[in-house]
Design a protein around this ligand. Structure first.
Ligand SMILES: Nc1ncnc2c1ncn2[C@@H]1O[C@H](COP(=O)(O)OP(=O)(O)OP(=O)(O)O)[C@@H](O)[C@H]1O
Ligand SMILES: [Mg+2]
Length: 264
């Protein structure tokens, strides 16, 4: 079967103080329909930049040097900004480490989710408000009315992440890109959010690109794992393959580090 997403030879560079540096050096990454792909690797290896390049949400000093990102039969890197904005709102959604930095502090959770719904679906404000409550229910929030009427600062980190996930589901994504979405949460809340994401994935049938440096999370949720090191993917395989017979020294290093602290 054809892949949902196919990144071919992606290269991304930065201009920094008059110099040009390459941060992503020819990445190939394929994600199947309904698949959970975990992109793991050390800090600074290029995981986030690779994921930002998919819909071109890159920092201002970044430049895509080469590559293709096939999604639904077209190369996203060839689309103009308007078409890319449509893709971001309708089929590829992102969630991040600090949801509160992406939620607007001066609007309630409910009005922010409603806004996204109205932007992408023909719904009145009232209908969008009801749909927002349904989405909050879908992310297993019990007191949806209270959360909907709350401002981000009135909620815990875990609750804000649930609300942000609800907002990302408003566009019914085919691909959800989650960049370290649980790193700032404590371990019990982290486990709950991971469980929620996997449940939503099964229920709604999206594919997941999950970025983490945490191999214990990778082992728990991945169908396939790609290991990134210094701007390249150095190893890719099924979760079982990667953990039972790692080939690249960096993969072995990462696994050993987690085994040493009893986290694998
Ligand atoms: N705006 C920028 N200007 C210059 N270089 C940058 C910029 N953003 C990122 N980089 C560099 O690009 C490389 C890849 O960064 P990236 O954020 O993708 O790493 P990462 O694998 O996501 O790391 P982490 O696990 O810490 O989030 C790093 O060396 C980083 O310093
Ligand atoms: Mg990152």
């Amino acid at each position: 079967m054809q892949n949902l997403l196919s990144i071919n030879n992606l290269r991304v560079g930065f201009s920094l103080g008059g110099k040009s540096i390459e941060a992503v050096k020819g990445v190939n990454l394929k994600i199947g329909h309904n698949e959970a792909m975990v992109l793991a690797g050390e800090s600074g290896s290029g995981k986030s930049i690779t994921s930002f390049a998919i819909t071109k949400i890159l920092p201002a000093n970044a430049r895509i040097i080469a590559g293709e990102v096939y999604f639904g039969g077209e190369d996203l890197l060839k689309l103009d900004e308007k078409a890319l904005a449509d893709v971001r709102g309708s089929s590829i959604a992102y969630i991040f480490q600090e949801p509160s930095s992406f939620l607007n502090p001066v609007y309630t959770i409910g009005s922010q989710i409603s806004e996204v719904i109205m932007l992408h679906q023909r719904k009145s404000r009232e209908e969008a408000g009801l749909a927002a409550l349904e989405l909050l229910q879908q992310v297993k929030i019990n007191d949806t009315q209270r959360v909907s009427e709350s401002y981000p600062h009135q909620l815990s980190g875990g609750m804000n992440q649930r609300a942000f996930i609800a907002m990302s589901l408003a566009c019914k994504p085919k691909l959800l890109i989650a960049d370290e979405p649980t790193t700032s949460l404590d371990v019990t809340i982290e486990a709950e959010i991971l469980q929620l994401l996997m449940q939503l994935k099964r229920q709604l049938g999206f594919s997941l690109l999950f970025i983490t440096h945490n191999l214990s999370i990778a082992k728990r949720i991945a169908d396939r794992v790609s290991i990134m090191y210094q701007g390249k993917i150095v190893e890719e395989g099924s979760c079982a393959e990667i953990f039972s017979s790692p080939k690249h020294f960096h993969t072995r290093e990462l696994i050993q580090a987690y085994e040493k602290i009893g986290k694998l």
